[in-house]
Design a protein. Structure first.
Length: 741
């Protein structure tokens, strides 16, 4: 076994042990959540949709869906995810199942592919660490990427069946081959083979992620920067052009057959082509400018002019390339604050505390910072140092823009931290070998301590796909009409963007909050009104918050909803026994253009004679009048409160915006309203401290029939059984246009 100068010996055994530890960590964290049920439960929303794509791909391999009528009601959506990750899962399942895998085998393969890919990431990280720094630094880097519970690990956990784990592995491996190809100490034939391998890996990467052009930019920028630097130094750099260009050309050949399926494949080919042209142009300009008397000055001025011209052309063309501007805006850190946590800018996310990225990487972050300072004074080969610098800076900027990119940045953190760990251990002179071993063990314990804490926290964490949801979706699958005229539509892969009028337009939709859209597609085999891409999410949010039943009916008709699914997470706060968490209600309010504080607020209740000290949630009448709460908490029935409470507040302290200073209880809403209206202070409002107990009367909702409720029930504040965790309602409205199931 060899990669470059790697020979299987003591280093090989260490690397195998690290890969095994990485696999074990990724499996053990979520094993009970994935396999602790009668069915396999995936741990993330997008995983369910990838498995929906795998279902169809297994049936028609290697054909894969590019347009899915099941994605959203009524017309479906094109699929942005590349096919390569789904080919990995489907191809492995077909191979293990000898061409006819069972559904359980397909799900098992889908669950195990991410930890396998995540563990294999240790190999290119080791090689890069060895090539950039030293063999021991490479081993430390591989160990860090194996055990630090950052997004790089989380997105390769068992059951996290999304393409992110393949992105990280393929992009890192492509850079590994490029670094090996640019090593002038190797034979030219080997370097060409490494360049071809880089092209193949880069092509696979671009067939995995729609935003893969970002990594092409990293490689091309490093190549161009190195050509410029070498020319200004008077050193030959033609081999950079001769080795990077073939890699780009191979990747172009792999992506080109798919260029007509989705626009981003065109962006990939354009970026690869631009990379080749830029390398050729920079090299040619170096030859031409050498003829001038002041050749270096002429060369530099020409490069600056070319860069400015390129920026000007890009600015002028920014609105003429469909979808490209949106891809660029995803990387800007000053965009609107989103309600999807992974899309938040770093400094607006929870990862900014106590210092940015500390909660993501822990002690490894400090080691990486130290490694960056050490790198400035090291003797790393200039071309490699430039590549590492550009790679790290681009990914750091992307992470500042959106925290989702930490799963890419984790590789750079591991490399720099591995370099620092090796340098620190080398700097300390130990006379006895035992002391060196003890120091290494202590360093390992410090680095791995966040993983131990995470494993303890995750040990008994339940799956986000509960038994209640599974039962609800099984009911949808077996007790509701097929949404298409073709009963086999779920497995078809021949849909086009224009669609087939007979089968690609669903006859009705299932309305639920966007987090559950892919559950509905894959398990329920029905068509959601919104999904995790947030298609139609504003209209769904307005329905869930609608205060007036006729308004709600109009909104439901607008989105074509025949069934409405509500669950406990649509509350502002969920309490079930000792379990308490915030629900989705705040996100629903933001999606509808409202403020969460229009419906519920927290008050500091300390000193009010209550057993509950600290922050206490109170909800206002608009919360209880919202369709989401009327259906979930009260089953659409009429409600007459036994009493009505009014509260008053003052400006708070101790980190709370408001402090509860008084409350009065009345027999009716009219009495409470008269009291509040008569107070000179405007700091009185009618409210309830129980999300399941309304503070205002509610009339019954006409036209909604409860057709399913789960066995699990949320306990009330008195400890009695309350509403079922998941409920399904059928709208008995003729405009839906469907026969009774």
């Amino acid at each position: 076994m060899s990669i470059g100068r790697f020979r299987f010996g003591a280093t090989g055994w260490w690397l195998l042990a690290i890969i095994a530890a990485a696999f074990a960590a990724r499996v053990s964290l979520t094993y009970s959540a994935v396999f602790g049920h009668d069915t396999i439960r995936f741990v993330e929303n997008d995983a369910w949709y990838h498995m929906r794509l795998v279902d169809a791909t297994v049936r028609h391999f290697p054909a894969r869906l590019w347009f899915d009528p099941y994605a959203v009601h009524p017309t479906g959506e094109p699929i942005d995810a590349g096919p390569f990750f789904d080919w990995i899962v489907a191809g492995t399942a077909l191979a293990l199942g000898m061409g006819s895998p069972s559904p359980n085998l397909v799900d098992s393969v889908g669950a195990y592919v991410p930890p396998v890919l995540g563990a294999l990431l240790c190999l290119p990280v080791y090689v890069l660490g060895r090539e950039f720094f030293s063999r021991r630094a490479g081993l430390w880097a591989a160990l860090i990427i194996a055990v630090v519970p950052a997004q790089t690990l989380i997105r390769s956990e068992l059951g996290y069946t999304d393409h992110h784990c393949a992105e990280t592995l393929l992009s890192t491996t492509a850079l590994m081959w490029i670094v090996l190809a640019l090593d002038r100490s190797r034979a030219w034939r080997s370097r060409l083979l490494f360049s071809a391998a880089a092209g193949v890996t880069l092509g696979c990467y671009l067939l995995t992620w729609s935003g893969g052009s970002l990594f092409v930019l990293v490689i091309a920028s490093a190549g161009v920067a190195n050509l410029v630097l070498q020319r200004l130094r008077g050193s030959p750099a033609a081999d950079d052009l001769q080795l990077l260009s073939p890699a780009f050309i191979v990747a172009i050949a792999m992506v080109m057959p798919w260029i007509g399926t989705r626009p981003y494949f065109g962006y990939h080919v354009a970026m690869l082509t631009l990379g080749v042209v830029s390398l050729l142009a920079i090299h040619a300009w170096g030859i031409v400018s050498a003829r001038f008397s002041r050749d270096r000055l002429a060369y530099g001025v020409g490069i600056i002019a070319a860069v400015l011209m390129g920026l000007a052309l890009a600015f002028l063309a920014r609105g003429n390339v469909s979808g490209l501007g949106e891809q660029v805006r995803r990387l800007l850190p000053w965009g609107r604050v989103a309600y999807v946590r992974e899309a938040l800018p770093l400094l607006q996310s929870e990862l900014r505390y106590p210092i940015p990225l500390w909660n993501e990487f822990g002690p490894s972050l400090l080691l990486a910072i130290a490694g960056g300072f050490c790198l400035a004074g090291s003797r790393i080969e200039p071309r490699r140092g430039l590549l590492l610098l550009i790679w790290t800076c681009v990914l750091l900027a992307a992470t500042v823009a959106q925290v989702r990119f930490t799963y890419y940045l984790g590789v750079n953190i591991a490399l720099l931290a591995g370099y620092a760990a090796d340098a620190l251990l080398r700097a300390v002179e130990f006379r006895r070998r035992q002391l060196r071993v003890i120091a290494a063990v202590v360093a390992l314990a410090v680095i791995a301590s966040p993983l131990a804490a995470r494993m303890k926290a995750e040990r008994h964490k339940p799956s986000n796909f509960s038994d209640d949801w599974y039962d609800a979706l099984q009911w949808l699958n077996t007790r509701t009409p097929e949404p298409f005229s073709d009963p086999d539509a779920y497995y078809r892969t021949d849909f086009t963007l224009d669609g087939n009028p007979r089968t690609s337009t669903s006859t009705y939709g299932v309305l639920a909050w966007w987090d559950y859209g892919y559950f509905i597609v894959r398990v329920g085999r029905r068509v959601p009104v919104t999904n995790p891409r947030q298609t139609h999410v504003a209209r769904v949010a307005r329905f869930l918050l609608a205060q007036d039943p006729p308004e709600a009916e109009s909104l439901a008709d607008d989105v074509g909803a025949r069934y409405v699914v509500v669950d406990a997470m649509l509350q502002s706060r969920i309490q079930a026994g000792s379990f308490r968490t915030n629900g989705f209600f705040g996100a629903v309010a933001i999606a509808a253009g409202r403020e969460p504080t229009d419906f519920c607020e927290e008050f500091d209740a300390s000193g009010e004679g209550t057993l509950e000290q600290g922050p206490r949630l109170y909800c206002y009448p608009d919360y209880y009048r919202a369709m989401a709460v009327r259906l979930y908490a009260f089953g659409g029935r009429a409600v007459v409160p036994s009493s009505v409470t009014a509260i008053s507040w003052a400006d708070g302290s101790s980190g709370h915006s408001k402090r509860l200073v008084g409350q009065r209880t009345f027999a009716t809403l009219e009495e409470a309203s008269r009291f509040v209206g008569s107070q000179p202070s405007k700091r009185w409002r009618i409210a309830s401290s129980d999300p399941l107990t309304s503070c205002v009367p509610l009339e019954a909702l006409p036209g909604y029939r409860q057709v399913f409720r789960s066995i699990g029930q949320q306990p009330t504040s008195a400890g009695e059984p309350g509403p079922s965790f998941v409920q399904i309602y059928e709208r008995s409205v003729s405009s839906v246009g469907q026969r009774e199931p």
